[in-house]
Design a protein around this ligand. Structure first.
Ligand code: ME8
Length: 514
């Protein structure tokens, strides 16, 4: 039987600036999904990368007096470094300036053209010389002086340039049929409704080339034109699966699940499937749009000065703490707010006082009272069975929640068992049993440690390093850490040496209190 494949992507990020916490959030969530499926036995391909062409890149480079490729090289490396620092397990990192991508996007263009969906016409719009950008008529307004201006106030004039168009208008019904027949194609539901109503309101053909700048992939057969950056960018997802080499094994990863922010749903759920339909290629498996991270309820922006640097956040709180916080705190798919207080609370209540404390209490008792070895498990009482039954079944709910991208609920289901175990441990009073019934104490410690084992295995996608440390403390070998080892199949082995545990989740103390 061949292993089921699972292909998942982040958006490819614009390297015209450095990453912020929003980029990190997408990357962490996608990594959690990828790691979960890998531990669950799937053959996973996880892709991220940078989107390096377009007018904005060219303009930023000009302002800095460097070449666009120099800007792209510099900042793409920072995004790549962010993924490393976040401990993301991506299998590839694509840059749209790579040769493999040029070949792929030009082939996609040719197929759409061969299908009769690309034609040359004039593109007309209100153009601001100062902004070097077109604006929709609705975005502009005529002032008292009779001059039409764009929202930032620079004058606009009607400009026409030659442009290739994609016959998007021909795909409205097909797209609506896609959303209808495959209701899970775009998620969550609000996003699906939003794209469906956008398509229902009528699609206009899409201008897909530019002649006013040259930082892009040339249009095949007419290199006066470079491709519109979204045609170029979206195609990265098939480039990385080896397109146009559809005979190669790698192509079997396609279609992918696209994880994105809610700002770019239209591109992924309208334009992208239309391009693929036109080229006769398989559509993505799914487009899931998560919400936006807000800082104390406010949108992050450079002008407010509240943009959070992911590197600084990791430095302040620790990587796994940051990963845990965002995955647990924000209902995945909705907007979520971040504040230093909320992150400190989560770290202390769920990690330091929660799983950290449970592991250290039970393992120190084992180390001290059971000859530094995992004790044997005696006859099970109803309380023991109830706790083991709870932890043995968590994978079922976690799997179901992850399959519907309810990452926060999957994580809650796992971490909630810590409270059950704490109650069990307190109720059984192993410290009292030490004198009255040492064999019973051993069983209680065994059952508690077994719960810690399974919680740790399940926490690996969320906090890979810390969960790994917990499994090290329990002496679990590398080949017994995937989801096949959950439940009875992987029960702890009596006699395994247990050292005095080192703390995995220290309490967070704000610097001014320290
Ligand atoms: O849009 N909260 O790149 P980009 C949560 N190159 N996520 C956020 C966020 C926030 N405040 N801000 C950004 C592009 N993001 C294109 C994509 S794909 C073919 C091309 C995340 O660098 C979110 O995932 O502007 C959003 O979709 C993405 O960063 C935009 O990154």
């Amino acid at each position: 039987m061949s292993t089921e494949r699972f292909y998942i992507t982040t958006p490819i990020f614009y390297p015209n600036g450095v990453p912020h916490i929003g980029h990190a959030y997408t990357a962490i969530a996608t990594d959690v999904l990828a790691r979960f499926q890998r531990l669950d036995g799937k053959d996973v391909f996880f892709l991220s990368g940078t989107d390096e062409h377009g007018q904005k890149m060219q303009q930023t480079a000009e302002k800095e007096g460097i070449k666009p490729i120099e800007l792209a090289d510099r900042n793409s490396a920072v995004f790549r470094d962010m993924l490393v620092k976040l401990n993301c397990s991506n299998d590839d990192f694509i840059r749209t300036t790579e040769e493999r991508h040029k070949r792929s996007v030009q082939e996609l263009w040719k197929r759409m053209e061969a299908n009769g969906d690309i034609y040359l016409d004039n593109y007309g719009g209100w153009y601001s010389v100062r902004q070097e950008a077109y604006f929709d008529e609705a975005e502009t307004a005529v002032g008292e002086d009779g001059v039409r201006r764009e929202p930032l106030g620079s004058p606009v004039e009607w400009v026409e340039e030659e442009s290739y168009y994609f016959r998007l208008s021909a795909y409205g019904d097909k797209l609506l049929a896609l959303y209808e027949n495959n209701p899970e194609f775009v998620a969550p539901t609000e996003r699906r409704n939003e794209v469906a109503s956008f398509v229902k309101s009528g699609l206009r053909d899409l201008s897909i080339s530019r002649t006013t700048f040259d930082w892009g992939v040339p249009v095949p057969g007419n290199d006066k034109h470079v491709m519109y950056v979204w045609v170029d960018a979206l195609t990265n997802y098939i480039t990385a699966a080896g397109f146009p080499d559809e005979a190669a094994d790698k192509w079997n990863y396609w279609p992918a699940i696209h994880m994105i922010g809610k700002d770019i749903v239209r591109f992924h759920a309208v334009y992208w499937p239309a391009f693929l339909m036109s080229a006769g290629l398989t559509l993505p498996a799914k487009v899931f749009a998560h919400g936006f991270l807000l800082v104390k309820g406010e949108k992050m922006s450079k002008s407010i000065g509240n943009v959070v640097d992911p590197f600084a956040l990791i430095e302040a709180y620790g990587l796994d703490q940051v990963r845990y916080f965002f995955m647990r705190e924000v209902p995945f798919g909705q907007d979520g707010s971040y504040s230093p207080e909320s992150i400190a609370t989560r770290i202390n209540s769920d990690l330091a006082n929660g799983i950290g404390n449970l592991a250290s209490r039970s393992l120190s008792m084992i180390n001290k009272n059971c000859d530094g070895k995992m004790p044997a498990c005696g006859a099970l009482t109803d309380d023991d069975k109830a706790l083991l039954d709870t932890i043995d079944k968590v994978i079922d709910s976690a799997r179901a929640e992850m399959a519907s991208f309810q990452i926060h609920k999957a994580l809650a289901a796992i971490i909630d068992v810590v409270a059950d175990s704490d109650r069990y441990f307190a109720g059984q009073e192993p410290w009292a049993l030490k004198k009255t019934d040492p064999a019973r104490m051993e069983t209680v410690l065994y059952v508690t440690a077994e719960t810690v084992r399974q919680i740790s295995i399940l926490l690996q996608p969320f906090m890979p390093e810390s969960a790994g440390k917990l499994l090290d403390l329990l002496g679990i070998p590398a080949d017994k850490r995937d989801f096949r080892a959950l439940g009875e199949a992987g029960r702890l082995e009596a006699g395994t040496p247990i050292d005095k545990p080192t703390p995995v989740f220290p309490r967070y103390i704000a610097p001014e209190e320290a």
